[in-house]
Ligand binder design. Structure first.
Ligand code: GAR
Length: 321
């Protein structure tokens, strides 16, 4: 398995952002490859460039098709190309809700304004009209509501005297060509970024009742039961003792359970040095496709193993039914 993420880029026009994404992907260390360039316009100039670069292309005009049928054709091409993410780069079609929901968290867009300002069309004319000092660009996750998903990155671009919507659009594109490849790389590379992984583990661990965070032997640890009597139920381990793993350590029920997990699912679990004997298992987080619901369940179980009776009693009662 290559550890590069495969992205499909959707375009409708010139495709200069697509080109920026492609060339960034050719620089060593880029965490993604462009697996497909797809368009709703068979004459989109970007398609020829993609083809010349040896990238698979797909074009299907939306004319005469329902929105769902057109989206389905585009989606089939994405799946055939083995792409894990869809990156919209000047794709001027609204996508159907079903399609957006299926790709939730795996579809990004670049929009030529400083969101939440100026969603939709004619962003540059509106920024000029409003007398703004700056225009800009935003990269965001795509959600069913237009241009309203979480903003991942932004760059502001000054408006200069005499600007027209066209001159401003061109200047904003310089910024977009820098921003988009970086934002896509950061996003698809998150699964191996220790800071991002710790943030997720922390959010799940501290969402459990009466928990706090305390460092233990240089690692973030999570405890339950209060300041004095608190017990650790999880640790975050960043490539400890020569392992390549970034992991969340939790308590299993027993040494047998730990060994079983490690033997049957070695891609997911390992026995951490110095903790193993007491049944602590490492859940490997720096791999694609981590099931975060499962991590949350492990944290809850581990929490329950050491939480004081007054906290677990209610849960035990609920389980008895
Ligand atoms: C870009 O400026 C992008 O932000 C904008 O279209 C342009 C595409 O240029 N996207 C939108 O307006 C989306 N609503 P390109 O084809 O040269 O990359």
């Amino acid at each position: 398995m290559t550890d590069k993420a495969r992205i499909a880029v959707f375009i409708s026009g010139a495709g200069t952002n697509m080109a920026a994404l492609v060339y960034a992907s050719r620089i060593e260390g880029c965490p993604y490859d462009v697996a497909l360039v797809a368009s709703n316009d068979p004459d989109a100039p970007g398609l020829a460039l993609a083809a010349a670069e040896g990238i698979a292309t797909f074009a299907q005009s939306h004319k005469g098709l329902t929105r769902e049928a057109h989206d389905a054709a585009m989606e089939a091409a994405v799946i055939a190309a083995g792409a894990e993410y869809i990156v919209l780069a000047g794709y001027m079609r609204i996508l159907s809700d079903g399609f957006v929901e299926r790709w939730a968290g795996r579809m990004l867009n670049i929009h030529p304004s400083l969101l939440p300002l100026y969603k939709g069309l004619d962003t540059h004319a509106r920024a000029l009209e409003a007398g703004d000092s700056h225009a800009g660009t935003s990269v965001h996750l795509v959600t069913p509501e237009l241009d309203a998903g979480e903003v991942l990155a932004q760059l502001a671009v000054p408006i200069v005297p005499g600007d027209t919507p066209e001159s401003l659009a061109n200047r904003v594109k310089f910024a977009e060509h820098q921003l988009y490849p970086r934002a896509v790389a950061d996003y698809v590379g998150r699964w191996r970024d220790p800071a991002a992984l710790l943030q997720r583990v922390r959010a799940l661990a501290l969402a459990l009742p009466e928990t706090d965070e305390r460092e233990s032997h240089g690692s973030p640890g999570f405890r339950v039961g209060g300041e004095k009597a608190g017990k650790f139920f999880a640790y975050f381990a960043d490539q400890h003792h020569g392992t390549p793993h970034i992991a969340c350590l939790v308590r299993t029920g027993s040494m047998d359970e730990l060994l079983n997990l490690v033997e049957s699912q070695p891609d997911i679990y390992y026995k951490p040095a110095y903790y193993g004997a007491s049944g602590w298992v490492g859940i490997i987080l720096n791999r694609p496709g981590v099931d975060w619901d499962e991590v949350a369940q492990w944290l809850q179980r581990s929490w329950r193993n050491v939480a004081p009776k007054r906290l677990t009693r209610l849960m035990d009662a609920a389980d008895a039914f």
